[in-house]
Design a binder for this molecule. Structure first.
Ligand code: FUL
Length: 691
């Protein structure tokens, strides 16, 4: 009996082997990523570190005339930065070797405006060098941000500066070991010191820097390099059109080599584009990029960081998360704590893959070959995959967990070495013998992670419903992540009414008004409530099922704006409704300044103002140049603050300006320029700081 059985087994094996041998792998769907792009994509998460002279002047962008004496940190320790990033699970660090102010954090031989002429280490220090060494010690990749715009350099705007820029890049790419990424920021040209000229210099970002030659030099010096470039020529990676920490749900790693890249292409990529250009989501752990003491209460919460993770790594992008360095040369303990907590929550969320080695089946498979069977998506290997015949653009895989289990995360990966293919897919679960849809989604790419309220089932079905060519799926993972509760948002309307908004509808909310930490014994939020005067609201969201609370939301409010009236305008409610998303627009009818005059109803002692720009994506009309005037009688006006809101286009966070206290009944906020080059001015909120 044994002999024929063996013969039969041999015959089956032989037949299968022939089928495997006969079934060719799918043809790549071009473009496909380079080896450098693959390596970079697999890094997934790495740090940005912003540190420069601005750290000492509380600015977002230095002007280029900041004195060198300012740079003298007493505890600078790049090993602390590297240790924190390593412990946070990051794979590398990109450092602002030179920001727009032109100050060099390494002793460049081409300028005097560098660490070599500062009191720090008697001019013998080199921050870039120390950080490169620390990265090597901690097993991190190292990258450099070198700002093309240089507000210090006398020759900025002429061909001589381009040579200077290239010389600096050569220094950085030659003297500091392997560099995995260079960042050439898109903020290019404008006002500056420029060696004492104090003027505006505009350049054509497409032609001025001659990127082709610069890129060629960079690739020759560092064959493993990835180039991020926001102006002119296409690099290897792309910006996603916002610094708020998310890329489009639909995200193609493709763009065209030539032609303009509009916002939508940055955010969603371009299906069918002729070049592989993947997305990198850059955002900061605080509202701004550089350290500002005033932002110590605004370090992003773990739930917010998790959301950012799902909206970057979970949407086929990498996450470049910025951590600023304090004036003493160290990362703030709060940022360190948050980064570690974020790492732990990620670890907990993705600890137990329910689909690993689960039994799987598919409705079709390429050439009936075992080599491409559905089991390849749960074998834990990144170089095996399930695929179907060339003519098939759809297909589904059913995963049997063995028994009913709760889950709320679904992770899927395409084998992108053969190109990005999937346009649409669905995930369903079986309940009472019927398939129920969890989610309809679009692209996958390198990695897609879906999150949804917990469901329980033994069977999950993943279906590709549309694909540019036969789908090629290398991995599926399923998790039950613990619930994360976010700090609720607190708004105060014009009349003083406070409303509290938890991130998820199921949690309860508790709050205090006396500065104490809220617990479930505090007042329970039942709806908007009246308040008066200056107040501090603290609130938590609470999930009864797990008895877990969110981090505490703290919001301080100045006097209510009850009597305020915008003069000469109607329908301005959204300007004072406390909602950071709703906005009011003022039509300047083609003429600057566009003045917003507010009657406060009575005399108040005022010492500052806060402007929250319209955060919406389309035509936000964010003010970039302003002046702020005050008046006690509406006739005699005094300018108390004027200037620019730096980097407000990319990072539209609240702007605060302080001025000497004055008695005021009327204020006038003048806009002289906005981000749209138009006179349509957008405001989400306007507030005053009173004595
Ligand atoms: C922006 C810059 O202007 C910011 O200051 C920051 O460096 C950010 C990463 O890029 O465009």
């Amino acid at each position: 009996m044994r002999k024929p059985f063996n013969l039969w087994a041999c015959a089956v094996t032989a037949a299968l082997m022939t089928a495997c041998a006969k079934t060719p792998v799918p043809e790549p769907l071009y473009p496909v990523p380079s080896e450098n792009q693959m390596r970079w994509q697999e890094m997934e998460y790495y740090a940005f570190i912003h540190y420069s002279l601005n750290t000492y002047t509380d600015q977002s962008w230095g002007y280029g005339d900041e004195p060198l004496e300012l740079f003298n940190p007493d505890s600078l320790d790049c090993r602390q930065w590297a240790r924190i990033c390593k412990e946070a699970g990051m794979k590398g660090i990109i450092f602002t070797a030179k920001h727009h102010c032109g100050f060099c954090m390494w002793p460049s031989e081409y300028t005097e405006y560098s660490v070599k002429n500062t009191p720090w280490k008697d001019g013998k220090g080199d921050v870039v060098g120390e950080l490169a060494d620390a990265c090597r010690e901690y097993g991190l990749e190292f990258g450099v941000y070198l700002s093309p715009w240089d507000r210090n350099h006398p020759e900025y705007g002429t061909p001589a500066y381009v040579e200077y820029f290239r010389n600096q890049l050569r220094e950085l790419l030659t003297n500091y070991g392997p560099i995995f990424e260079t960042w050439f920021d898109g903020a290019q040209g404008g006002t500056g010191y420029y060696g004492g000229a104090y003027e505006t210099r505009n350049i054509d970002a497409k032609t001025y820097y001659q990127w082709k030659e610069t890129f060629a030099m960079a690739r020759e010096l560092q064959p493993g390099i990835l180039i991020w470039n926001d102006g002119g020529d296409r690099g290897d990676l792309r910006w996603v059109g916002t610094e708020a920490g998310f890329v489009g749900e639909t995200n193609w790693s493709q763009l065209n080599k030539e032609g303009d890249v509009e916002w939508g292409m940055l955010h969603y990529g371009l299906e069918g584009g002729d070049s592989w250009v993947s997305a990198e989501v850059n955002t900061s752990i605080r509202p701004e990029w550089f350290y500002h003491e005033s932002e110590n209460t605004k370090v992003k919460t773990v739930p917010k960081l998790m959301e950012t993770y799902y909206h970057s790594v979970g949407r086929n992008a990498t996450l470049l998360l910025n951590v600023p360095v304090m004036p003493n040369g160290l990362i703030h303990p709060l940022d360190e704590e948050r980064l570690k907590a974020f790492a732990q929550v990620r670890e907990e969320a993705f600890a137990d893959n329910l689909a690993y080695k689960a039994s799987v089946s598919s409705d079709k498979v390429r050439g009936d070959s075992r080599k491409f069977s559905a089991s390849k998506v749960t074998d834990g290997k990144s170089d095996t995959y399930w695929t179907v015949n060339d003519q098939d653009k759809t297909g589904s895989i059913t995963i049997d967990l063995g028994k009913e289990m709760p889950f709320n995360r679904f992770l899927v990966q395409e084998y992108i070495r053969l190109g990005q293919r999937v346009r649409n897919f669905t995930v369903e679960y079986m309940q009472d013998g019927e398939w129920k849809k969890i989610i309809d989604a679009t692209t996958i790419g390198y990695k897609r992670i879906l999150y949804f309220p917990t469901v329980s089932s033994q069977f999950i079905r993943f279906t590709v419903t549309d694909s540019r060519a036969c789908p090629v799926i290398s991995n599926i993972e399923i998790y039950r992540a613990p619930q994360i509760l976010d700090a609720p948002a607190v708004w105060r309307q014009k009349d003083g009414k406070v409303s509290i908004h938890p991130a998820d509808q199921e949690s309860e909310v508790y709050y205090t008004l006396d500065g104490s930490v809220p617990t479930t014994a505090s007042a329970k939020y039942e709806g908007p409530f009246d308040t008066d005067g200056r107040i501090e609201v603290r609130a938590i969201a609470y999930e009864p099922a797990s008895a877990k609370s969110s981090p505490v939301a703290s919001a301080s409010f100045d006097l209510p704006r009850t009597d305020w009236k915008v003069m000469g305008a109607e329908g301005t409610e959204k300007l004072f409704d406390g909602d950071p998303v709703s906005s009011w627009h003022q039509d300047g009818k083609g003429r600057f300044p566009v003045a917003l005059t507010v009657d406060l109803g009575k005399l108040l002692k005022v010492s500052g103002f806060r402007y929250l720009p319209d955060p919406n994506i389309w035509g936000p009309g964010i003010i970039t140049q302003y002046s702020f005037e005050v008046s006690a009688d509406g006739k005699h006006w005094q300018t108390v603050s004027e200037g620019e809101f730096s980097n407000i286009k990319n990072n539209p966070v609240e702007q605060t300006r302080i001025f000497p206290v004055c008695s005021v009944r009327y204020v006038r906020f003048n806009a002289f320029a906005n981000t749209e080059n138009s006179t349509d001015i957008g405001y989400a909120e306007l507030n005053l700081i009173t004595e």
